[in-house]
Design a protein around this ligand. Sequence first.
Ligand code: PHE
Length: 344
Amino acid sequence: MLDKIQEVIDEISVTKVISKEDLENFRLKYISRKGVLNDLFEQFKAVANEQKRAVGQELNKLKNITEQRFKEFSDALENASEENTGLGLDLTLPVVPNFSGTVHPLTLTRQRVLEVFARMGFNHEDGPEVETDWYNFTALNFPENHPAREMQDTFFVEKKAVQKDDVLLRTHTSNVQVRLMERKKPPIRSIMIGRVYRNEAISARAHCQFHQIEGLYVDKNVSFKDLKDTLYHFAKEMFGKDTKIRLRPSYFPFTEPSAEIDVSCFICGGKGCNICKHSGWVEIAGSGMVDPNVLANSGIDPEEYTGFAFGMGVERITMLRYGINDLRLFFENDVRFLRQFEGA
Ligand code: PHE
């Protein structure tokens, strides 16, 4: 009789119920008055006394399993939506694995940039996003009321009696340069990454908030060649070993001389494509030698020390790296976008 009970247990465990009809058949076969269970309980009466205990236990187990299965089946049928009922509910289908999230593409770029510069001896520094005019403009050699301030449309938080005391949202990460030089004596070799704000209309190419990477190197005898070599090495590490760089004269109030850094287009290898607008080059950074006025404003003797600085957009580099053509995607947090960076 023990064998017979086991047989029924096995049978029930592989039974599938996908419709109301199946469910009723299951009930008739096992649970109804004329069903297998009742039949076995009838037979149990004839079991020898010394076996009653063992067989009784098994029989109770079977009864529990049968009732539990019946409940599971009827619950599942009830939960299935109307369309599914009758179509079939395959309880043996494997479940869809849980999606465990991805690292944001801007974070991927940030991590890679920090990694590359860390190996050149640059540490990681941070500064405030709500800033005074002094750190964002005046100390960086933007003269009061000078039109160069217009290069960066500013969100003001509070206007004060004196311009340098105005409170604003920083328009670039260069504010951290000044704070850092105030706090530390050279040698300074740091990377600063963070969010910046500009009053710009939101489009595929511009946003009112984005991220910058700032680099600063101040020591005795730092030269323009150091700037060029550092950025050349960075470009090769970031975009591939065949990448070339090109410097174009430019203007920033806080660097002199200043240069715009282009890298050879790593999409087309310099032949010309949509990304590089058929020029073979893409612009990635502004840079230059720290203006002596900025060193002096930050308490560093410009007669003794020189330095270079550069700044680049994290969104821009990320768009180039992954071929993303709309900047707004970074801030929308649409999982269909973010999931594409799984395992990147
Ligand atoms: N702060 C500049 C900008 O936002 C970039 C820059 C940084 C240029 C450091 C030179 C040196 O456009």
